[in-house]
Design a binder for this molecule. Structure first.
Ligand SMILES: Cc1ncc(COP(=O)(O)O)c(C=O)c1O
Length: 377
């Protein structure tokens, strides 16, 4: 099977392998990094055995905490499986919902996994639903209506969105679900950034709106624990969940036991709230800082402030491809992701606000110097 990395991942490999990488400030981080002690100050018992818990779906207690903490309405533990991150949940859902060559609609720009899985693994017929800046990076429902056909099998969404930070409201989610229902398509909504909404209104979860919705989510971003590798998949259709689980048993078989234990602790209601709030405090401070900075540079750069997630997608006002822009920024020891790495994102950069405020301030000073250099061209 031919699988080549997309421009997004090629870019990450490019900057991660620069000889002076350690001197650079990453201004594109989509999640924080927290130590284990923030979740379990007492640690994990050294007596913990590393055998497989033999729960084919993920520990029941963990699935109960997922349902409760995410406010999934009227779901039982049979509707949820624990996965190795959101990536695995996305992959399982796509494998279970699609046959080779099926028609899929992908929101773009978004996390590039959907494109890779649909193109390289499922050889699906991909149609893009472009999110546009003038529509606050939200899907245009009329355009979606024009794109769907009776052959459409899946609509793949991501909100709060990576890379733009756009969030759907309940009416928008309902409208999309109605379109999917009319043509019988599944909705797969990657909700990895849910709970990180800057107006404090938790955004709608697809699984609460439509029987053929699949929610893929996890703790990587909300808590800043990418290495925990804990995510989940939720769907009202239990037969579909079983099918996803069958794919999981023949791929990763089980998630990691330490991750399951930490996730069960992290999802205790009070703990979860505290951990999410700690991240949001930093995010809010950083967004304010960047907003102020962008106002001061309004001829050079502009943005739609993010509704959720640590991702933002500013537009730069220079006649230059985003890859060129980001390569030149590396000379000033700051890292962005070129918007052109996402279909529909050229002319923008992904700026992440998940780093600590002091590093962000330092990064913005370097960004100042970089923009000054561009004015002199
Ligand atoms: C939208 C989106 N989905 C999934 C992932 C991967 O998540 P996980 O670490 O839970 O597998 C990422 C990582 O950046 C992401 O941005």
């Amino acid at each position: 099977m031919d699988i080549s990395l997309d421009d997004f991942h090629n870019w990450w490999i490019y900057f991660l392998t620069r000889p002076n990488r350690s001197e650079m400030i990453s201004m594109t981080e989509s999640c924080r990094e927290i130590p284990i002690k923030d979740i379990a100050p007492e640690g994990i018992s050294p007596e913990t055995v590393m055998s497989w818990s033999r729960d084919y779906y993920g520990p029941k207690e963990l699935r109960e905490r997922i349902i409760e903490s995410q406010s999934y309405e009227d779901l039982t533990t049979d509707n949820v499986i624990v996965t190795t991150g959101t990536n695995e949940a996305n992959m399982l859902a796509a494998l279970a919902a699609l046959d080779a060559g099926d028609e899929v609609i992908l929101e773009m720009p978004q996390w590039m996994q959907g494109y890779a899985v649909c193109k390289h693994i499922l050889r699906a017929q991909i149609k893009m639903l472009y999110l546009k800046e003038e529509n606050l990076w939200k899907p245009n429902v009329e355009e979606l209506k024009d794109l769907v056909t009776p052959k459409t099998k899946l609509i793949w969404l991501c909100h709060p969105n990576n890379p733009t930070g756009s969030v759907l409201d309940q009416n928008e989610m309902r409208a999309i679900c109605e379109i999917a229902e009319d043509c019988g398509a599944w909705i797969l909504q990657d909700e990895i950034y849910r709970n990180l909404e800057w107006n404090n209104v938790v955004s709608p979860s697809a699984v609460n709106y439509y029987d053929k919705s699949i929610t893929a989510a996890g703790l990587s971003k909300t808590l800043g624990v990418e290495g925990m590798r804990i995510g989940w998949l939720a769907c009202r259709d239990k037969a579909f969940v079983e099918k996803c689980n069958a794919f999981r048993i023949y791929s990763t078989l089980t998630t990691n036991l330490l991750g399951e234990k930490l996730a069960t602790i992290a999802l205790q209601p009070k703990k979860f709230k505290e951990l999410v709030e700690a991240g949001k405090r930093i995010g809010r401070t950083n967004i304010k800082l960047v907003d102020q900075w962008i106002r001061e540079h309004n001829g050079c750069i502009s943005w739609i402030p993010p509704g959720g997630s640590y991702n933002t997608f500013p537009k730069y006002h220079y006649n230059m491809k985003s890859l060129e822009f980001c390569k030149r920024a590396l000379d000033y020891k700051i890292i962005f992701t070129p918007g052109g790495a996402f279909p529909g994102g050229e002319g923008h950069i992904r700026l992440g606000v998940a780093i600590d405020t002091e590093s962000l301030e330092q990064g913005l000073r370097r960004f100042d110097a970089f923009l000054t250099s561009l004015k002199q061209i």
